[in-house]
Ligand binder design. Structure first.
Ligand code: ADP
Ligand code: MG
Length: 263
């Protein structure tokens, strides 16, 4: 791998029955970079995140982060390797408190094992305290701490999206994979999200973000890869992507893009 590449997606092929959802997809992301992944619906964006997090085993290709191969790992192993994600459709436990929703992320990252817990109670308590602290920090980062004890189901849609982010960052991942984090947010919330993601990157987290909101993507990402029918059309800077005739034909020529550019 190249010295400066943090994430390398190399020749990924994913098939579902006769459908080739990802066809030889490769790109690289540098440390501390926000990389956008765009493309029409069904172009394979979510599938790529599922491949990266061990949900699907690709037919071919590898994904490496800091030289560690993720392909072949189980989802929990990928998470333990410092890669966290959010889902396109919100996945929270509505009847659990915000605190418990986020604590689940902290617990997943902890080293606690039931068989040594009894023998090492003091250490266990320290770890639980650490997890509680990290949970509160994550909720505070997204201005959700004052609702910590409320059921997650009582939040607004935008706050639920933030809660998912809080759960994703609680274990201090080195790489965050975000599947349409701005979908359904109002313009004020979208701006706010942009600032929050920029903050995370300034703190050393690298981000791969799938989004349809072009104003958001173009304003936030250092580099962007474009998928169409499972193939990568190009990787480039926002300016290069916006100026590419291939990309415009496949995707950006749509009215949604033109509208979002004017706003
Ligand atoms: P995007 O996120 O870019 O909208 P997806 O990655 O969700 O696209 O889907 C890419 C293609 O793969 C679509 O044709 C979709 O129907 C198909 N696909 C995704 N997941 C599965 C699955 N689990 N089983 C079968 N087909 C799938
Ligand atoms: Mg998707």
């Amino acid at each position: 791998m190249s010295a400066e590449n943090f994430l390398e997606v190399d020749s990924i092929r994913q098939e579902f029955g006769g459908l080739i959802a990802l066809d030889d997809v490769s790109f690289a992301v540098r440390k501390g970079e926000i990389h956008g992944l765009i493309g029409p619906n069904g172009s394979g964006k979510s599938t790529l995140i599922n491949v990266m997090t061990g949900i699907y085993k690709p037919r071919r290709g590898t994904v490496t982060v800091s030289g560690t191969k993720l392909t072949g790992m189980r989802p929990d192993q990928v998470y333990a390797a410092g890669i966290a994600r959010t889902f396109q459709n919100i996945r929270i436990w509505p009847e659990l408190s915000l605190f418990d929703n986020v604590m689940i992320g902290a617990y997943r990252s902890s080293q606690i094992r039931p068989w040594n817990a009894l023998l090492r109670v003091r250490k266990l308590k320290q770890r639980v305290n650490g997890m509680e602290e990290a949970t509160l920090d994550a909720l505070t980062r997204f201005d959700l701490d004052r609702y910590a004890k409320r059921p997650a189901g009582s939040l607004s849609y935008g706050q639920k999206k933030l809660l998912e982010l809080a759960r994703a960052v609680v274990a201090s991942p080195t790489l965050l994979l975000l599947d349409e984090p701005a979908a359904g947010l109002n313009p004020v919330e979208v701006n706010d999200l942009q600032i929050r993601l920029r903050d995370l990157v300034d703190g050393g987290t690298s981000i791969l973000v799938i989004e349809h909101n072009m104003k958001f993507v173009m304003g936030l990402c250092e580099s962007i890869s474009v998928l169409n029918f499972g193939r990568k059309i190009m990787t480039g800077t926002p300016a290069e992507v916006q100026g590419s005739p291939d990309v415009i034909e496949a995707y950006l020529g749509s009215t949604s893009f033109q509208t979002s550019q004017k706003s």
